[in-house]
Design a protein around this ligand. Structure first.
Ligand code: C2E
Ligand code: CA
Ligand code: CA
Length: 773
């Protein structure tokens, strides 16, 4: 039970927690992933635009070099000088190459003539070692392009001559070629331009130009200029990295360490150097900025998830616990902790199944606490609860280990005793149960003695079906109670018969009421001296059509069980009140059973009957036994009080037979006290019994009640009661219950003027009526 509850709790937790954690993890990782991806994208975009920026700055710088070189390359004078067979080197030095160095910082220059021979070379430091074949080779494509463009731009005139006429700047510039190359490991910018006249030249042939190549180291001022243009930070020129010499195209990839790179290549694709800078990586920067927040958010989400998990687990655990508790509560009795009726049924079924075919006996015992209602009523419900708990505990102690004890209802328990060897062994166990329960139970300062009645059915002898066995144990219990309490009965087939006959009896009683088969007998009660009959007790009589007489001791309990008592009781009241007219001055006593008081309009009905029969309330006496106080006695007390206030007399019947009659005397001011006949039958010269009888009479008198003794069978009893001044005498010695007509005659004779009662002296002879006994 516990296990399954936990299990279902775990399932719930799993069903909630696992998907939730998965969703949260996926979301967190997803968010981080997207952030990183977009940061990476924006980094790459930034990187690319920085790259484009550097490329643009390089282009601009190179264009600017072309422009500076053009100052000497597009010049009539220069054109003429360089195209002479023996050009004036001094002039060239002063006006072109050195001038370019002085004015624009071209540190090196050379003129390449039409035959591609190096015409003159200039270096500001007068060196020549830099003129390596590599350099010439690197420059060759640029020079070739310049020459080709120049030739292409020579237009043939109609006269057959070729004419070169630069028309606008753009064309001129297009006859220049720039780039980067390395001289002795130092990157240089270079520009190669055709030396052309400013205005016009005409020649017979299309001959290539003299080309001026000027170089300038890419460092210091120049580098700074480029850096200024790009406005990039940490702009430097680094040596060429071999690994990056993938091709002539500048690599567009950014360094992973946050440094941008722009590879410089010579026209032949030789690596020249690398422009580097600190890339601004906005994506990463943004990521760096928000990562702490994201981490915090992730941390909070994780904390939240953990909190939710802990909470969910706690809740599911609690749920599982309350589920287990509910299961326990559904199966157990809260007060005693014993299994309840439903659980007992299941356990019994199980026990019978395991015992089946094993040649062992399984006993089912129904237990009813005797007089439990009285304990509840007199000592209060908490005392009743304590008794239940004590009994439950003792039953558990005394029953064999493999036995089952359950609480079926209020004061009903049940047991299963397995593997009973035989009836004797079972009897021994049940003896122990009775002894154990018989030990006093301490409730506060009260010492209570409980007893129980038990009904026993044994499987397989009495059957193997749990319902059947329970029913039979119940029948046996009924039998035990019917035969006086504090005893036990084993189920016997004829008990079932009795139950069946009880059922039949109730059906017949219903019909008897309808068919007017019931009648009333009246038992007279004389005054102390036996001179007059002062009252009669109405007693129900039932003679079946076949002549069999059913005793009220038999059919009244059945009527009470079936609820027929209400109808029967009203019928008795009606009949008795109607007859009372025939017996003026005589009080009619009617027995009223506790069930009748449960009827909410009982008092009204009594009053209506009195009114209908025109009978003063004082002529009616209602006899109740102390069992009327069991259960909700407040409403009963109220009804009794109302009846008493209306003038109806109220008698406490069978006083002393019950559990705590004395306490009832305090609770309601009865008019009449009827001493139970057991006191009289137990008398017979027994001084103790006599003493009790006397004290009851005295007590009743002290409380101002009329004392009635019933069951007087002998003259001795009568004498004794007369001696103690008992008010009313009832019993076979005075008269047996009589039929209506009989009673009328009896009263006329007894109370008539001719001769009163049994005599005025104490000799008390039943002379007139003896024949009727
Ligand atoms: P109860 O109220 O105690 O009635 C007295 C019973 O004692 C009557 O038995 C009566 O016949 C019997 N009795 C009277 N004198 C003597 C005697 O000297 N010796 C012996 N041994 N018995 C004597 P009965 O008529 O059989 O009634 C039995 C019980 O049935 C009554 O006991 C009463 O509790 C119940 N009862 C009878 N009629 C009614 C009724 O109309 N309504 C209700 N609710 N109960 C009734
Ligand atoms: Ca009575
Ligand atoms: Ca009685």
């Amino acid at each position: 039970m516990n296990y399954s509850a936990k299990n279902s709790g775990g399932k719930i937790a799993g069903a909630i927690i696992v998907p939730m954690v998965a969703i949260v993890l996926i979301s967190v990782f997803g968010i981080f992933g997207v952030m990183h991806w977009s940061a990476h994208l924006s980094d790459r975009n930034a990187e690319q635009s920085q790259h484009t920026l550097v490329a643009g700055a390089m282009q601009l710088t190179q264009n600017h070099l072309v422009k500076q070189q053009t100052g000497v390359a597009i010049w009539e004078e220069a054109y003429h000088v360089v195209n002479q067979t023996d050009p004036d080197k001094n002039w060239i030095h002063n006006n072109m190459t050195h001038w370019l160095y002085q004015n624009h910082g071209f540190t090196k220059s050379m003129l390449i003539d039409r035959e591609l021979a190096v015409q003159s070379v200039y270096a500001h430091d007068l060196t020549q070692v830099w003129m390596t074949p590599n350099l010439i080779e690197d420059l060759r494509p640029a020079v070739a392009k310049v020459r080709a463009r120049y030739i292409v731009s020579m237009k043939k005139t109609p006269s057959g001559l070729y004419r070169f006429a630069p028309e606008y700047n753009e064309t001129r510039r297009s006859i220049a070629e720039t780039g980067v190359l390395s001289i002795d490991g130092q990157p240089h910018l270079f520009t190669a331009s055709a030396v052309v006249p400013q205005i016009l030249s005409i020649s017979k042939k299309r001959t290539p130009p003299v080309t001026l190549v000027s170089l300038m180291p890419l460092n210091g001022e120049k580098l700074h200029e480029i850096a200024e243009m790009t406005r990039l930070e940490g702009f430097v020129l680094k040596g060429f990295e071999e690994s990056s010499t993938a091709g002539p195209q500048p690599s567009r990839r950014a360094n992973t360490d946050g440094a941008g790179q722009f590879q410089l290549y010579s026209p032949l694709g030789r690596g020249v150097g690398v422009l580097g800078w600190n890339t601004t990586r906005p994506g990463s920067q943004m990521l760096d900025r928000i990562t702490p927040f994201l981490a915090l958010a992730a941390f909070m989400i994780a904390a939240l998830v953990i909190a939710v998990i802990v909470f969910t687990r706690l809740m599911t655990k609690r749920l599982a616990r309350s589920e287990a508790k509910a299961v326990l509560a559904a199966r157990h009795d809260a007060l005693s902790g014993l299994p309840n009726r439903a659980r007992f049924h299941a356990l019994l079924k199980e026990a019978l199944e395991t015992g089946f075919g094993k040649n062992t006996n399984t006993a089912v015992v129904y237990i009813d606490l005797d007089h439990f209602k009285d304990i509840n009523d007199t000592l209060g419900h908490s005392a009743g609860d304590q008794v239940i708990v004590a009994v439950a505990q003792r039953l558990k102690w005394v029953i064999p280990d493999d036995g089952i004890v359950a609480r079926i209802s209020g004061d009903e328990f049940a047991m299963v005793i397995r593997n009973c060897e035989d009836d004797e062994w079972l009897e021994y166990i049940l003896d122990q149960v009775q002894d154990e329960i018989g030990r006093p139970i301490m409730i506060g300062s009260h010492e209570l003695f409980a007893s129980l009645s038990m009904g026993v059915a044994v499987a397989p002898r009495d059957g193997n079906d749990p319902d059947d066995l329970l029913r039979k144990a119940d029948i046996a219990l009924y039998d035990a109670k019917a035969n006086g309490r504090n005893r036990r009965s084993f189920f016997e087939a004829n008990m079932e018969h009795q139950v069946q006959s009880r059922d039949r009896l109730s059906r017949e009683l219903r019909l008897a009421l309808q068919n007017d088969e019931l009648d009333l007998a009246y038992q007279p009660q004389s005054d102390t001296g036996g001179r007059r009959i002062v009252s009669v007790e109405a007693l129900a009589r039932w003679t079946k059509p076949d002549g069999t007489v059913v005793s009220p001791a038999q059919f009244i309990p059945v009527a009470e069980e079936t609820g027929l008592i209400n109808e029967l009781g009203i019928w008795v009241l009606n009949k008795a009140c109607a007859k009372a007219h025939d017996w003026p001055g005589v009080i009619v006593a009617v027995n009223v059973s506790p069930n009748q008081f449960k009827h909410p309009r009982f008092v009204e009905k009594v009053m209506a009957i009195l009114a209908a029969n025109n009978l003063p309330p004082q002529r009616l006496e209602i006899e109740v036994t102390e069992s009327v106080f069991a259960g909700r006695n407040d409403s009963v007390l109220k009804a009794l009080r109302r009846l008493k206030n209306l003038g109806v007399k109220v008698a406490l019947d069978d006083f002393g037979s019950g559990y705590s009659s004395l306490s009832y005397l305090r609770r309601f001011p009865f008019d009449t006290l009827k001493i139970d006949r057991d006191f009289l039958s137990g008398m017979n010269g027994n001084p103790e019994a006599e003493a009790i009888l006397v004290s009851i009479i005295q007590l009743g008198k002290a409380l101002g009640m009329t004392i009635v003794a019933e069951g007087i069978e002998t003259l001795e009893q009568l004498r004794f009661l007369q001696a103690h001044d008992c008010h009313r005498m009832q019993g076979y010695y005075i008269s047996k219950p009589r039929s209506e007509a009989d009673l009328t005659a009896f009263l006329e004779e007894f109370n008539g003027d001719s001769g009163g009662g049994f005599g005025t002296d104490l000799s008390f002879q039943p002379r007139k009526v003896g024949a009727r006994f």
